[in-house]
Ligand binder design. Structure first.
Ligand code: ATP
Ligand code: MG
Length: 600
C-alpha cells in the first residue's frame, strides 16, 4: 500500500447517535492510570511464591484456598438442563494439588507438556491448574478438532500426557495413538468402572492422591502455556507463554473487564482458545470472582436465561455471538432480567459499530470492544472501563501498553529509517499495528519456529499483522488483517468497513467481504451475505443491498458483486474466514482447514 493513503473510515453517522458511556465505578481516570501504572506494579500485587518465584496456579487458585475466599465458588458450571454444580476456591486448589501429585508419581515434571481435549468440564480446569502447580506446561486443544489437527499439535508440542473423555479418545485419539510415541499417558475423566485399554482412570488416580502439596517453584520466564492460534490466516502457530503472564491477566482484568471481588463473571470462550484460558480461567480466578461456565453451545434463548438466572455482572463474549443475538432481535433480550449486568465486552474479530449501537440499546448497557491476539496473551487495546466508547473503534491502548502504527511501503513492508521503523502520526492514516515489547503476557516464541518469531520484530516493535488507523484522541480503528485488505483503484479498503455498512441494511445478518482480481482496478470488492430470518434471496434484494452500500460508501468501496450464502465459513473460535471465501471464489486450494468450523 502506498504510505499515507487516507483511511476510508466514515463513522460519524453512527458516532453521533451514541451517548457518552463513562459510567463504571472504582477505576481511576484513564490518563491518570496511563501515567502511574507500570507492569512492575502489577507484578508486585501478586502474592508470589515463598522462594520468590511466580506461578499462575498459585495466584489463581492456591492462595485463595485459605482465608475469606476459600468457600467462595470459583467455577459454577451450568448443565444442559440449567442446573449448576460448583468448585469452590478451596476445592479447586485441592483437586489441582491431587492432579499435580498424580503427574509427579508418573514422572511428569518441569516443562513436560500436558494437553487437554475436552469440552468445558471441571476436569479441564483442574488439569490446567494442576499442570501449572507441577511446573509442567498446559496446552488446551479444542474438543471439536478432528484426529489430524490433534495429532499435528500433539506432535509439534511433544505432548506427554493427554486428558480427555472416553468418547473423544475412542473416536479421535485411539486411531492416531501409534503415531504419537512421545505420548506416555492418556487420562480419561470418565473411565470409572470400565477400564479402556492403554488409558488411565483419572478419577481413581485423583481419589488416591494427596489434596495438599507443594507448588513447584517456577520463575517468571518459565514456560507455562502453549497456545495454538486460530489459524485464520493459515497454519496455526504454537505461541509460548510464561508464568509472568499472570501479572498482565491481573491488570487487564481490572482495566478492561473491571473485575471486582463480588462479580459473577461469564466468559463464553472455550479454553481451547487463548481467550478461554487468559480470561475464561486465569484473570477471573486471580481476581477471586465466580466464573460461570456453560457446558453447552451458543444459543440465544439459553444465553439470555443464563445471564438472567445466574445474575451475571460482567460478560465477555465475541462479535459472532452478539451478531447472533442481534439476529434473534431485541425483544428476546427485553424478556430477560439483565439487571445484574454492568457491561458487555467483546473480542476476537472486529465489532461492527451497528452491533455496539444495537447492544447498547437492547441491553441498556455499554458494549466494549477489546483487541488482542494469541501472541499478546492478554488484552492490549480496549475501551478502558471508565472511558467513552466510540462504536467501531477498538478503544485505546490499556495503561502499560505502548502501541503505534508502523508505516508500510508499496510492497507492504515496514518503512525503515536508520534502523528505526517509521511511525504513522497523522490521524486517520493506515499503518500496521505494532506494540513495544515488554508486557508480561507477551509470547516468548512460536514453538519450533524461531525464524517466524524473529520476523515479527522490526526496529524495536512487535508487528501484529493487523492494519489500523488512529484518531486525534488516540482511539484505534481496525481496518483489516494485513492479508485481508483490498487494494482497488488506488483505494485501500478494509473488509470490516464494508461488512459493517452491509450489516446496517435491515435484511443482513452477517457479511464477509473479499477482493477478487480485476485487470483494471487491481481488485474488486465482493460480498457474501447471510440474511436475517424470514428474508429470501432475490435479485431485487441483491440490488437493493448493493445500492444501499453504494450510497453510504461510494462506488469505489461498495461491493460490485454480492452472493447470498446460508452461512459464512468461520473458524471454530467464531471468526469469519475471508481467506476461505477467497479460495473458494477463485478455485484455489483451501490451505490449512484444521480450525474451520464443521471440519473434522
Ligand atoms: P492466525 O494467527 O492463526 O491467522 P488469528 O490471528 O485469528 O489466527 P487469534 O490470535 O485467535 O488468531 O486472533 C487474533 C486476531 O483476531 C487479531 O490479530 C485480529 O486480526 C483479530 N481480532 C481480535 N480482536 C479483534 C478486535 N477487537 N477487532 C478487530 N480484530 C480483532
Ligand atoms: Mg494471528
Amino acid at each position: 500500500m502506498a504510505a499515507g493513503i487516507e483511511s476510508p473510515t466514515r463513522w460519524s453517522t453512527i458516532r453521533k447517535d451514541v451517548r457518552s458511556l463513562a459510567v463504571l465505578p472504582n477505576l481511576v481516570d484513564y490518563d491518570e492510570a496511563c501515567r502511574t501504572f507500570t507492569w512492575d506494579s502489577a507484578r508486585r500485587e501478586l502474592t508470589g511464591l515463598p522462594g520468590g518465584g511466580v506461578n499462575i496456579a498459585f495466584e489463581a487458585a492456591h492462595r485463595h484456598a485459605v482465608g475469606e475466599r476459600a468457600e467462595r465458588e470459583a467455577l459454577r458450571f451450568v448443565r444442559a438442563d440449567g442446573t449448576t454444580h460448583s468448585l469452590t476456591y478451596r476445592g479447586l486448589s485441592e483437586e489441582a494439588n491431587r492432579f499435580a501429585s498424580v503427574l509427579r508419581s508418573l514422572g511428569i515434571g518441569r516443562g513436560d507438556r500436558v494437553f487437554s481435549l475436552a469440552g468445558r468440564i471441571p476436569s479441564l480446569y483442574v488439569a490446567m491448574m494442576g499442570t501449572l502447580t507441577n511446573a509442567s506446561v498446559f496446552c488446551p486443544l479444542f474438543s471439536a478438532f478432528g484426529p489430524d489437527p490433534i495429532r499435528q499439535r500433539l506432535q509439534l508440542g511433544t505432548g506427554r500426557v493427554l486428558v480427555t473423555t472416553r468418547a473423544l479418545y475412542r473416536k479421535k485419539v485411539a486411531p492416531i495413538r501409534s503415531a504419537l510415541p512421545e505420548l506416555r499417558h492418556v487420562f480419561l475423566v470418565d473411565a470409572e468402572g470400565a477400564p479402556e485399554p492403554d488409558t488411565l482412570d483419572l478419577t481413581a488416580l485423583l481419589r488416591d492422591a494427596e489434596p495438599y502439596g507443594p507448588v513447584a517453584e517456577t520463575q517468571r520466564e518459565d514456560m507455562a502455556l502453549l497456545h495454538f492460534t486460530s489459524g485464520t490466516t493459515g497454519t496455526p502457530k504454537g505461541a509460548i507463554h510464561v508464568h509472568d503472564a499472570v501479572a498482565a491477566h491481573l491488570a487487564t482484568g481490572r482495566f478492561a473487564l473491571d473485575l471486582h471481588p463480588d462479580d459473577i463473571y461469564w466468559c463464553t470462550a472455550d479454553p481451547g482458545w487463548v481467550t478461554g484460558t487468559s480470561y475464561g480461567v486465569i484473570a477471573p480466578l486471580v481476581h477471586g470472582v465466580t466464573s460461570i461456565v456453560d457446558e453447552e453451545e451458543l444459543d440465544a434463548e439459553r444465553w439470555y436465561r443464563i445471564l438472567a438466572e445466574q445474575r451475571v455482572s460482567v460478560w465477555y463474549t465475541a462479535p459472532t455471538a452478539l451478531r447472533m443475538l442481534m439476529k434473534a432481535g431485541a425483544p428476546l433480550a427485553h424478556e430477560h432480567d439483565l439487571s445484574a449486568l454492568r457491561f458487555v465486552a467483546s473480542v476476537g474479530e472486529p465489532l461492527n459499530p451497528e452491533v455496539v449501537v444495537w447492544g447498547t440499546e437492547a441491553f441498556g448497557l455499554p458494549v466494549h470492544d477489546n483487541w488482542w491476539q494469541t501472541e499478546t496473551g492478554g488484552i492490549m487495546i480496549a475501551n478502558y472501563a471508565a472511558t467513552e466508547i466510540r462504536p467501531g473503534s477498538m478503544g485505546r491502548p490499556l495503561p502499560g501498553v505502548q502501541a503505534a502504527l508502523v508505516r508500510r511501503d508499496d510492497e507492504d513492508r515496514p518503512v525503515m529509517l536508520d534502523g528505526e521503523a517509521e511511525l504513522v502520526t497523522e490521524p486517520g492514516t493506515v499503518g500496521e499495528l505494532a506494540l513495544r515489547p515488554g508486557w508480561p503476557s507477551m509470547f516468548r516464541g512460536y514453538l519450533n519456529e524461531e525464524e517466524r518469531y524473529r520476523r515479527c520484530f522490526v526496529g524495536g516493535w512487535y508487528l501484529t499483522g493487523d492494519l489500523a488507523t488512529r484518531d486525534a484522541d488516540g482511539y484505534y480503528w481496525f481496518v483489516g488483517r494485513g492479508d485481508d485488505v483490498i487494494k482497488s483503484s488506488g483505494h485501500l479498503i478494509g473488509p470490516f468497513e464494508v461488512e459493517s455498512c452491509l450489516l446496517e441494511h435491515e435484511a443482513v445478518a452477517e457479511a464477509g467481504v473479499i477482493g477478487i482480481p480485476d485487470p483494471v482496478a487491481g481488485a474488486l470488492v465482493k460480498a457474501f451475505v447471510e440474511l436475517r430470518p424470514g428474508r429470501e434471496p432475490s435479485d431485487a434484494l441483491r440490488l437493493d443491498i448493493i445500492g444501499f452500500a453504494r450510497k453510504r460508501l461510494g462506488p469505489a468501496i461498495a461491493p460490485r458483486e454480492l452472493d447470498f450464502v446460508e452461512s459464512l465459513p468461520k473458524t471454530r473460535s467464531g471468526k469469519i474466514l475471508r481467506r476461505l471465501l477467497k479460495a473458494r471464489e477463485l478455485g484455489l486450494p483451501e490451505g490449512d482447514t484444521s480450525t474451520v468450523e464443521g471440519s473434522r
